[in-house]
Design a protein around this ligand. Structure first.
Ligand code: SAH
Ligand code: SF4
Length: 340
């Protein structure tokens, strides 16, 4: 008999499962709390279940967990990159970063990515497969255990395009923020998309309370289409309409991510166009100096990065530079990739 993996099931699914093995529904609630609140991965430790029930669970169910392959600590900041192995032996990475009282985990949503952005190491892998809800949320549970800290913030900015794996992602976020589970604040979860416009509208209409970030990365359609092929289908003007729609529906700022690449996206004309593009948008701007990958791109000199930033400063919205953490261990934005 095929065993059922319980990690990733929501409360109703756990109740249905226990009923299917002739138990009372509330046993599902107990298992829910063990899995997501207490991070327990073995039935033996579920001490409020009878020995008989635990034996039955051993026969009929399993609790999949990510296996740590290796972890690397950055020498320049405290960030840690984790390489995990999945049940089918594919691998993913997650990055833990510290900032004041915050412990932010950058999680992956896919093995690889189909979007094919030319500046991104994950993009160069192509898409292997989507992660399941259990695999998405288990990154948080596993890192908390390994590191002994509580993860306070989650950013879906690791490997993969979160909105390409929409349903699994939303289920994982629901489980992470459930009061009876990990109880992570919804506003402390950020979903970053390269710009799958129909999914931005869906996300806005479904009224999720997670935050949204959009990777703009260029100010001209011609350039954006070259480095992000999805722009041919979903160009900048349409993307900004979707962004504005989201802010109206959610009453939340949208984060506009903009990767600075020398000679490509870092001119002062770009800065002016960028200001025009976001005019009137309830947003904040995150400038990301390019991190090295195997591609042909280069990070601008620091002076140019600061000039670009200065150009943006007269905007009334917040502008920050995201100096990636852990780029000495290839843990910076866009540097996550594993062997296929
Ligand atoms: N797929 C999603 C989330 C993962 S990428 C997305 O594209 O938004 C997270 C951020 O890293 C994105 O803003 C992306 O544009 C940026 N990024 C990708 N490659 C990068 C690189 N080499 N240097 C700096 N930022 C990069
Ligand atoms: Fe995929 Fe994001 Fe990388 Fe583009 S930047 S290839 S969408 S992970």
């Amino acid at each position: 008999m095929q065993k059922v993996n319980l990690k990733g099931l929501d409360l109703n699914e756990l109740r249905d499962f226990v009923v299917s093995i002739d138990e009372k529904p509330f046993r599902g609630d107990q298992i829910f709390s063990w899995l997501y609140n207490k991070s327990i991965n073995s039935f033996d430790e579920m001490t409020n279940l009878s020995k008989e029930l635990r034996d039955k669970l051993l026969e009929r169910a399993q609790i999949d967990q990510l296996k740590l392959v290796v972890q690397r600590q950055s020498g320049q900041d405290q960030s840690i990159k984790y390489l995990f192995q999945l049940e089918d032996d594919s691998q993913i990475e997650s990055v833990l970063m510290f900032d004041g009282n915050r412990a932010t985990l950058c999680i992956s949503t896919q093995v690889g990515c189909a979007i094919d952005c030319k500046f991104c190491a994950t993009g160069m892998m192509g898409l292997n497969r989507h992660l399941t809800p259990g695999e998405i949320l288990d990154q948080v549970l596993a890192v908390q255990k390994l590191n002994g800290t509580r993860v306070t913030n989650v950013v879906c900015m690791g490997m993969g395009e979160p909105f390409h794996n929409y349903d699994n992602l939303m289920k994982a976020c629901e489980l992470l923020s459930d009061e009876l589970g990990l109880n992570l604040a919804r506003r402390h979860i950020v979903v970053s998309t390269s710009g799958l416009i129909p999914k931005i509208y869906r996300f806005a209409d479904e009224n999720h309370k997670y935050r949204l970030a959009i990777s703009l990365n260029a100010t001209l359609d011609e350039i954006r289409s070259r480095i992000m092929p999805l722009n041919k289908k979903w160009p900048i003007a349409e993307l900004m309409k979707a962004a504005a729609y989201y802010t109206k529906k959610s009453d939340l700022r949208v984060t506009i991510e903009y990767v600075l690449m020398a000679g490509l996206t870092d001119s002062l004309e770009d800065a002016k166009r960028l200001k025009n593009i976001v005019k009137g948008l309830f947003c904040k701007i995150n400038l990301i100096p390019y991190n090295a990958t195997l591609g042909e791109f280069k990070r601008p000199e620091e002076r140019r990065i600061m000039q670009f930033y200065e150009q943006m400063r007269d905007l009334t919205v917040p502008v920050t530079i995201r100096w990636s953490k852990g780029d000495d261990i290839d843990a910076g934005c866009g540097q996550l990739a594993v062997k296929a």
